[in-house]
Ligand binder design. Sequence first.
Ligand SMILES: [Zn+2]
Ligand SMILES: [Zn+2]
Length: 352
Amino acid sequence: MNANEQLPVTMDALVWTAPRRMEMQRVPVPRPGAGEILLEVGAVGICGSELSGYLGQNSLRVPPLVMGHEVSGRIVQMGDDLPAGAHSLALGQRVAVNPIIGCGDCPQCEASMPNLCQRRRIVGAHCAGGFAQYVAVPAAQCSPLSTNLRDEAGALAEPLACSARAVHHARWQQDSALLILGAGTIGLFCLAVARAEGNGAIVISDMLDARLDVARAWGATYAVNGRAADAKEQLRAAMPGGAACVIDAVGSDATRALALQLVRPGGRVVYIGLHDESSPLAANYLVRQEIAVQGSFAYTPADFAHALDLLERGVITPGPTWTEERPLAGGAAAFAGLLDGTIATPKIILRP
Ligand SMILES: [Zn+2]
Ligand SMILES: [Zn+2]
């Protein structure tokens, strides 16, 4: 490995060309700009937000676009003018990408919350992402992966960071119950992050039994199928006195309402799911019970570092019960399958 590594001129990329249309194309290999490095993509996850993008329901994403923001890969080229903090990066090194790029000089960025920067850019939404053999990203957004972490694990840092932030916002105390609604990737990761903190009661609910099985294996105290006629009663019975905090990792009208019904007076509800654009709110009930409602969006650099630490500690490892690896060329079919419900695996990881 040296600076003269021969790179091809063109590469395979999975390009979203129109709503519900994605195709493999040969496109030029990007050149790293100032402050950027070029990665050979090792693994890239498919995110729920990209499913709505794929349908054309997301104003952030405009076709033609190479999506993919859950990326890990190997550095194959360094651009000019790398930032001072990038001196730890070297050719050949494997890294995970934090895809949220803040403007750097607004109050939110100065408070280390680029996730709330009004001029933030996201790799794979505002610029080409990781559904390709190569991707150019700012060096400052890259964190080295230790040699014992596989590329697939590195690609989980981004969604895990989302969950780390939600759990942080929940302010869970071990002597009380945490309720998680939804056992997709984000809900399961919230379970794993919280379980890594301690042995308190964590109750989780989902519509799919296969996901509840994963949740039990990951240490859920009680897992309830939301389709059961008595689901709400089961949840109440599992948490006498109510949940001290609820994380809604679905974001539907039903789960947003359920979160308020199951949290105890004075408790906290964290909304992270984005299923419905707006939902009715039992505002007077919320007032009288002094329920705190907190939104949780993406992650800060500190949350990303927390996620990487959890991965390095092996708290989460990709496995056949909940991840599925596919070649990049299988990406279009994966998007279609996730949307029509024929793929139930919580996380699909593509390997270019
Ligand atoms: Zn994501
Ligand atoms: Zn900013």
